[in-house]
Design a binder for this molecule. Structure first.
Ligand SMILES: CSCC[C@H](N)C(=O)N[C@@H](C)C(=O)N[C@@H](C)C(=O)O
Length: 349
């Protein structure tokens, strides 16, 4: 079944006659149009229309099998209005601004607008073979770049030097960084999202590098924490504890497992090492057209692993004023277990 067919089933289950898609990643997923932020898609049970403007006439025709209507708002909304009169139309409540919703109300007075959340996102959680290959390629590039840059992570280098080397190499390969690079050394490692600063790396530091490639629209995500020289005994102990939690959680990945249980498994191991409070975020997330997408590996999540999902497993421990460790692998859920897509070494020393 195509993603469009699956979406129509999901619309029917939600009691919707149509859905107005405005989230850029969802626009791309449903239409194939790669400039999702400048497009919208209207899906009914019988039609699917891509709305974008004249900057993208050629690109839309090349990339999308959908009928394109080239115009800017409000002409786009006026075009859609007659076919929608009397229908229940879903809009993406977790994306549409209040002003954009007012526009829909003004131009579609005979439509019943219904806010929906996660309708397309839940379909994106299980990847097609083509999507799996795209993420695989993005991760292979990230692994290659990390191997090239690893020798540069040494005393005297600035975090920014490491980040810019990674970015440059990704760019040269036709990709780009999936997000603001995290390079957090020494005490800055206590910030889970410590983006690269001008701090000079010192002998004995642990350095957390969280990086991803965005290639053909798909992302990868991986974290390694490496030692420069010999780390102190306490941070070496923290590293071993995080690695134990990470490897145990990866080994537990298989279809049917509740993601909340995976989070619990890793958290319990860290708690056993006295680091439960130091694990300040969820165990992981899905990766695809966005760096963070379904499923969520949070303790409160109801998500269940299915073959074809691509997830991160990334426990961490953060000690303010001291430092931090995060180890993150990108993992494909297979029919009978898992495949780790990230291959960069995890030895600390
Ligand atoms: C701003 S994108 C950063 C990507 C990074 N690799 C990452 O996923 N970090 C996690 C600690 C994270 O942000 N987790 C989220 C899902 C959370 O726990 O809320």
């Amino acid at each position: 079944m195509t993603q469009l067919q699956e979406l129509r089933h999901a619309m029917a289950r939600a009691g919707l006659d149509a859905v107005w898609i405005s989230d850029p990643a969802n626009v791309r997923a449903v239409s194939g149009f790669s400039s999702g932020k400048d497009g919208k898609v209207l899906v009914t049970q019988g039609t699917a229309t891509l709305y974008t403007d004249a900057r993208y006439t050629v690109q839309a025709a090349e990339e999308s099998p959908l009928t394109a209507f080239i115009a800017r708002p409000p002409a786009t909304l006026e075009h859609a209005a007659p076919a929608l009169a009397g229908l229940r139309v879903g809009f993406e409540a977790d994306h549409l601004t209040v002003a954009a919703l007012e526009d829909l109300r003004d131009h579609w007075p005979q439509v019943t607008l219904v806010g929906v959340q996660g309708l397309v996102q839940s379909l994106r959680a299980v990847k097609t073979p083509g999507e799996i290959q795209a993420v695989r390629d993005a991760q292979a590039l990230a692994d290659r770049v990390f191997a090239e840059v690893r020798p540069l992570i040494e005393a005297g280098a600035r975090e920014l030097d490491i980040a810019s080397e990674i970015e440059l190499r990704l760019r040269r390969a036709g990709a780009q960084s999936a997000f603001d690079l995290i390079v957090a050394s020494g005490p800055r490692g206590a910030m889970p999202h410590g983006t690269a600063s001008d701090r000079v790396i010192q002998d004995g530091d642990l350095v957390t590098v969280d990086m991803g490639a965005q290639l053909r629209g798909y992302h990868s995500d991986m974290t390694r924490t490496v030692a420069v020289g010999t780390p102190g005994a306490e941070m070496a102990r923290v590293y071993r504890a995080v690695l134990e939690a990470e490897e145990a959680a990866v080994r537990a990945v298989k279809p049917g497992v509740r993601t909340a249980d995976l989070d619990r498994l890793a958290r319990d191991i860290l708690t056993g090492h006295g680091l439960g409070e130091a694990f300040a975020h969820s165990l992981g997330h899905g990766v695809g057209l966005e760096v963070h997408e379904a499923p969520s590996l949070r303790g409160t999540s109801d998500d269940v692993l299915q073959p074809g999902m691509i997830i991160t497993i990334e426990p961490g421990a953060y000690l303010p004023g001291v430092g931090g460790v995060r180890i993150e692998d990108l993992v494909l859920v297979t029919e009978d277990g898992y495949e780790v897509l990230s291959v960069s070494p995890k030895e600390l020393l």
